[in-house]
Design a protein around this ligand. Structure first.
Ligand SMILES: NC(=O)c1ccc[n+]([C@@H]2O[C@H](COP(=O)([O-])OP(=O)(O)OC[C@H]3O[C@@H](n4cnc5c(N)ncnc54)[C@H](OP(=O)(O)O)[C@@H]3O)[C@@H](O)[C@H]2O)c1
Length: 186
């Protein structure tokens, strides 16, 4: 059975986007990006909320040129190879290959996908992942805490959800980013 995994790069106070709607402060450097690439490499399917999809679909057409670094080219290749399911009540057309749009987030369908998938599945952004955490669907969480306090914005983890976590691994990077890997709901 595949695991459903939520990954987010957040400020130390837990926001994926600040109150101005920006998240340039969360951009990974080469060391963190290479680590993220290795986490993404085995993933078979990405579940995206519409907003995260609109950010990430950039990778469908970018990042492969000779002028790009090896880590960027690697990520673009990994992103294009994965299957994508985009959750949206408004989006009508997909902007990438290997992509389908779902208008409803059905926990039963996600459980069936986990049962039938040979490779693990990721979920993002924060709103969609929050629904999945609340529904008890998320098995693991990777948080990358960036050394900045932004004071407000969009929270990486959902309000009004209480769930126990078990720390599986931790790592710090030269940039001051700290990676925390948790099992969820243990
Ligand atoms: N920190 C970082 O490194 C980083 C990286 C990339 C992006 N970001 C930021 O992260 C933010 C993620 O945004 P977010 O957490 O608001 O959004 P999200 O989860 O990516 O997308 C929310 C949208 O997903 C759809 N959706 C959610 N639940 C649904 C359901 N039950 N059924 C059907 N559709 C559903 C809706 O789309 P419709 O409105 O179309 O119905 C909803 O507006 C982005 O705004 C981006 O700025 C941060």
């Amino acid at each position: 059975m595949a695991k459903l995994i939520y990954s987010a790069i957040a400020s130390l106070d837990g926001y994926v986007e600040d109150a101005q709607g920006t998240f340039d402060w969360a951009a990974p450097d080469t060391e963190v990006h290479a680590f993220v690439n290795d986490l993404e490499r085995p993933i078979g399917t990405y579940l995206f909320g519409r907003r995260m999809y609109e950010t990430m679909v950039f990778w469908e057409t970018a990042g492969t040129g000779d002028d790009q670094s090896a880590v960027i080219r690697d990520f673009a290749k990994i992103w294009r190879a994965a299957e994508k399911i985009v959750y949206s009540r408004t989006l009508q057309t997909r902007a990438s290959a290997r992509t389908r749009i779902e208008h409803d987030f059905d926990p039963g369908a996600i459980n069936r996908l986990k049962e039938s998938s040979e490779r693990d599945i990721t979920i993002g952004g924060a709103a969609l992942a929050g629904e999945a955490i609340a529904a008890g669907l998320v098995d693991e969480c990777h948080l990358f805490l960036t050394p900045i306090v932004v004071g407000g914005g969009k929270r990486a983890l959902p309000d009004n959800v209480r769930v126990q976590l078990e720390l599986l691994a931790e790592r710090s990077f030269r940039s001051g980013v700290v990676h925390l890997h948790y099992a969820v709901g243990v």
